[in-house]
Design a protein around this ligand. Structure first.
Ligand code: UTP
Length: 296
């Protein structure tokens, strides 16, 4: 196997306006909305760490400072908890190594592609990962690991660019980025084309992008010259499409569960599904769900 440059950096674009969750997201970032007791951004950072990624680059905008605070020391809280002999281990996942949390600013939300481009100076000349935190990827209990871990393993085999994909019913394709699939081998599919939010009849497949990417740094140069695409936004999908043919490009089908927490019903589904998996509450939540369904 060829030695690949390791994936050490992850970009988390979190500068979007989160309009689908208003008014909740007027003063609170969408990425800080919790599924039970962990904000969405925490699930994404945990998944990155599990995949061996060290540097977390947040592309933020106005009103998003609480995301950075979440990974800082909370001096008063921790001191008071210590004085009261409370267990601080609950805060462990929020403790970052000094220097490993980096914030860059996207002044105007011009689109996902533009948000990624805002991180170019920190990404530099190495391959990097991207996480959209509102896509919640939950590992199965079979040891296969999280989505990014599976993607890094695939990257070590084939190199180049990788995106995670999943199958959706055909009537849903026009809300997402869609791939044109080539040869398949196990969970890996060659990508021969990419299109953002196609009309149902124009969609090349029903395999959609699901919020995880490993990209080569050349994408930054493509993004530099990028024009507006679907919805008048600078699209990452369009920039990636231009790289197909110049570098290897594969899709990985995640062996695990995905919840679209950018939509309200997806958020409710994730909350319920995760509550039903948690030892500390599954039984109680199952009884509540039964009672509610019985009443309807
Ligand atoms: P979404 O399309 O989900 O947009 O962006 P949004 O603003 O978060 O939410 P809605 O649709 O208004 O409810 C996908 C990801 O890209 C980021 C978002 O923060 C989200 O993580 N993004 C999007 C940016 O960082 N900047 C942008 O200009 C656009």
């Amino acid at each position: 196997m060829t030695k690949r440059k390791p994936i050490r950096k992850a970009v988390f674009p979190v500068a979007g306006l989160g309009t689908r969750f208003l008014p909740a997201t007027k003063a609170i970032p969408k990425e800080m909305l919790p599924i039970i007791d962990r904000p969405l951004i925490q699930y994404a950072v945990d998944e990155a760490r599990e995949a061996g990624i060290e540097e977390m680059i947040f592309v933020t905008g106005r009103g998003k400072t609480s995301i950075i605070e979440h990974f800082d020391i909370a001096f008063e809280l921790e001191t008071t908890m210590r004085e009261r002999n409370k267990d601080l281990s609950i805060l462990a996942p929020t403790q970052a190594t000094p220097g490993d949390i980096i914030a860059v600013r996207q002044q105007v939300p011009l689109g996902l592609g533009h948000a990624i481009w805002c991180a170019r100076a920190i990404v530099g000349d190495e391959p990097f990962a991207i996480f959209l935190p509102d896509e919640l990827m939950i590992a199965r209990n079979d040891g296969a690991g999280g989505c990014m871990k599976q993607m890094v393993e695939a990257y070590n085999e084939v190199g180049g660019n990788l995106i995670s994909v999943l199958e959706v019913p055909e009537e849903e394709v026009s809300s997402y980025g869609v791939i044109a699939p080539g040869k398949r081998s196990g969970a890996l599919t060659e990508v021969t084309g990419l299109v953002e939010k196609p009309r149902r009849e124009d969609a090349p497949s029903n395999l959609i992008l699901s919020g995880r990417y490993i990209l080569q740094p050349e994408v930054m140069r493509v993004l530099e010259a990028q024009e507006k695409g679907a919805g008048g936004e600078i699209q990452l999908t369009d920039a990636m499409a231009k790289m197909i043919g110049t570098q290897p490009f594969h899709a990985v089908t995640f062996q695990g569960k995905r919840y679209d927490c950018g939509s309200k019903t997806g958020f409710v589904e994730a909350t319920l599904a995760i509550a039903l998996e948690r030892e500390d509450m599954a039984e109680e939540v199952r009884a509540i769900a039964k009672r509610l369904l019985g009443d309807s």
